[in-house]
Design a protein around this ligand. Structure first.
Ligand code: MLT
Length: 209
């Protein structure tokens, strides 16, 4: 596999797609992760899909993130807005540079939160999204129209970071914005596991296959 690239506005890894034309995946890591983390997940979710995996540009005690937070679960919403739009610009650049269709975001934790914010602020940027352990990124998002784009929200019923009420609020926000939302709450905590992979793979095949 090639080395991390810094020829676009975000450091990223790119894995070219195979011949079958599967929608590209935009992989967005969690706090303290990087552009390498979700490449194996992307390959398992949609074998042969092109993978674009940027590294978050914010550092919290040396840990990469996609936007600033003031405390756990308390976000700097001005930074969320700015960074989500920057990510949207990166998606446009990556699509032009690598010749890609509109991607489906696959985000975990902080990466899922920036993907949700991107859907709210630039609803055309993505073809859909898989949001694993996401929470509300913007308390009062603007009105947005996702025009029935498929979104899968996978929450953890025992997640110590994302209260059930918060995940439910995010689900309502996405539905109010016209997403074709599937929300499942798994008997697990904040970590990503085999159940996420199984459900996400089936959902991807049913929604985009
Ligand atoms: C965040 O964006 O801060 C997440 O909800 C939690 C985390 O990334 O640790």
């Amino acid at each position: 596999m090639d080395l991390p690239r810094n020829d676009l506005s975000m450091i990223h890894r790119f894995v070219p797609g195979g011949a079958d034309g599967a929608a590209p995946l935009l992989l967005l890591h969690g706090t303290g992760g990087d552009e390498n983390d979700l490449l194996p997940l992307g390959g398992l979710l949609s074998p042969g899909a092109a993978l674009v995996s940027p590294r978050g540009r914010v550092l919290e005690n040396g840990m990469p993130r996609f936007f600033r937070r003031l405390a756990e679960g308390v976000f700097d919403e001005d930074d969320v807005r700015r960074r989500a739009l920057e990510l949207g610009d990166f998606v446009t650049e990556a699509r032009e540079h690598h010749g890609l269709d509109r991607p489906i975001a696959v985000g975990f934790s902080n990466g899922a939160n920036i993907a949700a914010a991107l859907m709210m602020l630039a609803p055309d940027a993505l073809a859909g999204a898989i949001l694993i352990r996401a929470m509300v990124p913007l308390a009062e998002p603007p009105e947005f129209d996702l025009s029935a784009k498929p979104v899968l929200l996978l929450s953890g019923g025992m997640d110590p970071i994302v209260p059930a009420e918060n995940a439910a609020r995010l689900a309502r926000q996405l539905q109010a914005g016209g997403a074709a939302l599937t929300h499942e709450t798994l008997p697990t905590g904040h970590g990503l596991g085999q159940m996420d992979l199984t459900i996400a793979r089936e959902w991807l095949a049913a929604s985009f296959g």
